[in-house]
Design a protein around this ligand. Structure first.
Ligand code: ZN
Length: 143
């Protein structure tokens, strides 16, 4: 995948680095809390600074929880060849948990605590935008 003509379902969530896909978050200059997705202001009620700077999250996390989605996702996330898919909640460290589809793992291989990494995968083809992608989580070594 070159990424040149790839667009994303939602802009501003990921960055393609030399070592792969990273989630784009923010960290507070005052209380040092890490957030995903990026926010305009720190929501911590005890924080006096509220000024955030962009920060990429680590590529790897661990599976905290998951569910099997046996119905089609909303139109925004429509898929080329729909079939039931896994929606995971992935612990990225520092209290940040990110929801996303899982890729490259079968239902019977799922294990709470398994290592996952962020990858980019095309979801569907749009006549104007071309291939439209989203981030997913794949077992380490697959993406
Ligand atoms: Zn803060």
């Amino acid at each position: 995948m070159t990424g040149a003509e790839l667009s994303f379902v939602v802009d501003g969530l990921v960055e393609e680095g030399a070592d792969g896909t990273h989630l784009l978050g923010s960290r507070c200059n005052g209380c040092n809390t890490l957030y995903f997705p990026q926010m305009a202001s720190c929501p911590n009620p005890a924080c006096q600074t509220k000024v955030l700077r962009p920060e990429t999250l680590p590529r790897e996390g661990t599976l905290y929880s998951y569910t099997i989605q046996r119905y089609q996702p909303p139109a925004l996330f429509r898929m080329r060849n729909w079939k039931p898919y896994v929606l995971g909640l992935v612990d990225m460290g520092e209290g940040v948990r990110v929801m996303g589809m899982l890729a490259g793992v079968e239902e019977d291989e799922l294990e709470i605590g398994m290592s996952l990494q962020v990858v980019t995968e095309p979801l569907f083809d749009d006549p104007e935008r071309g291939a439209v992608a989203t981030y997913k989580f794949a077992p380490v070594g697959v993406g």
